[in-house]
Unconditional design. Structure first.
Length: 403
């Protein structure tokens, strides 16, 4: 069952990468067309949602960042819990190498960024931006250029990216949750405790979980908490064990029902809202601005260096095992894929440098994330394509039909 679930996840994520790519291209096209003023004005426009006495007023950009992306992090949290309890992360021997690789893939980009800060004059606060990997884009590129390579590489990439996301969520919680209001915070904790208690009974259906999540989200906004943090905390309360009366797991049901919405609506909308960069009057000074260069190099150089170094060390020290049947060239190609930050990096960038979507720092964040992700994509595609051709040449010829 775990194997089937993982394969379904990979298939959906790979297909979603193409939709993400189209959304990013559409954002760039609109931002550089006659619709550009309307695009940026719409993202800044305020919108209010009121349900009875409950009121939330945010800009469209904030609705996407704090609203729709909360759904994304809910699904990430559910997937992490499933993998820990039932999936690839449940086997310590298979877990060690991608976990260590993910840690290296978070530490090295930060070091690269901070190393460049004195020479470039980039703001120190941008160091968390190149730490995350965009699972959908990375798997989409892998699916396009890595046909014929061992399936263990896909599992390695997925596991690494999940741990990577968990680290990014922890950083978001520590760095970007400030000015907390005590009363709504206590109510958030109360709702989470109640859902955890109800989960032990295992007798409630989807409407309860939907209402409980809505309550946690609303109270998080009121408390000034990161909705990504509370979404993952809520996911931890959803039961993974099948219900007695119908044999269905609420956690797997939620992932199955929400994953397509996340892959084909939430993330593309976020990409469309955040990837739009106007090139009107763009100069080389802006393209090679300190913040943009530091982010791009953190993604391109830092991610591959951290992942490869820790994978080699884990193997050398026999703490873990590399992906079965994979060569080091193929593992290097996967390490390059982790430099595709895109959605997650743009999200962290929006938190690290809050402001208008067309503010100078936001433009530099976008240029850096797009540049680093593009470099990583092209390099990974080239390496994995070469690795696939080598494997095809060395593969034994098919046996003749004895009939």
């Amino acid at each position: 069952m775990a194997r089937r679930f993982t394969l379904d996840f990979l298939k959906t994520q790979a297909a979603a990468g193409a939709v993400l790519g189209l959304a990013a291209v559409a954002a760039l096209a609109v931002a550089n067309s006659a619709l550009s003023p309307a695009y940026f004005t719409a993202l800044k426009s305020e919108h209010t949602l009121q349900v009875g006495p409950l009121l939330v007023s945010l800009s469209l950009s904030e609705w996407i960042k704090e609203g729709l992306m909360a759904l994304f992090f809910l699904i990430v949290g559910l997937e992490i819990k499933y993998e820990i309890l039932k999936g690839e992360l449940s086997d310590p021997r298979r877990l060690a190498t991608p976990v260590l690789a993910a840690l290296g893939g978070m530490i090295a980009p930060a070091l690269v960024y901070l190393t460049l800060v004195p020479g470039l004059g980039a703001p120190v606060g941008g160091w968390p931006i190149p730490l995350a990997t965009d699972i959908a884009f990375a798997l989409a590129v892998f699916g396009l250029v890595a046909r014929g390579l061992p399936s263990s590489l896909r599992v390695f990439l997925l596991t690494l990216a999940i741990v990577d996301d968990l680290g990014a969520i922890a950083l978001i919680a520590v760095l970007f949750s400030s000015g907390i209001e005590a009363q709504p915070l206590m109510l958030v904790l109360g709702v989470l405790a109640a859902t955890a208690l109800v989960a032990r009974l295992g007798k409630v259906g989807p409407p309860f979980w939907a209402l409980a999540f809505a309550a946690v989200w609303y109270l998080s906004i009121q408390a000034g908490l990161s909705t990504s943090l509370t979404a993952v905390a809520f996911a931890a309360t959803v039961p993974v064990a099948p219900r007695v009366h119908d044999g269905q797991s609420p956690l797997q049901e939620a992932i199955h029902d929400l994953h397509p919405w996340n892959a084909y609506l939430v993330l593309p909308l976020f990409a469309f809202a955040k990837a739009g960069v106007s090139f009107a009057g763009l100069s080389l000074a802006q393209v090679f601005a300190p913040l943009a260069v530091a982010i791009a190099m953190g993604l391109f150089l830092g991610k591959q260096a951290g992942v490869m170094t820790m994978t080699w060390l884990a193997t050398r020290l026999r703490i873990g095992r590399p992906p079965s049947e994979a060569t080091w060239l193929e593992i290097y190609g996967v390490s390059l894929l982790t430099g595709i930050g895109f959605t997650m990096s743009l999200f962290v960038g929006a938190l690290a440098f809050p402001g208008a979507v067309d503010a100078p720092e936001q433009v530099q964040v976008k240029l850096g994330v797009i540049g680093g992700s593009l470099l990583s994509t092209l390099a990974a595609a080239a390496i994995l394509a070469v690795a696939a051709r080598r494997r095809a040449r060395t593969a034994p010829p098919p046996e003749l039909d004895p009939r």
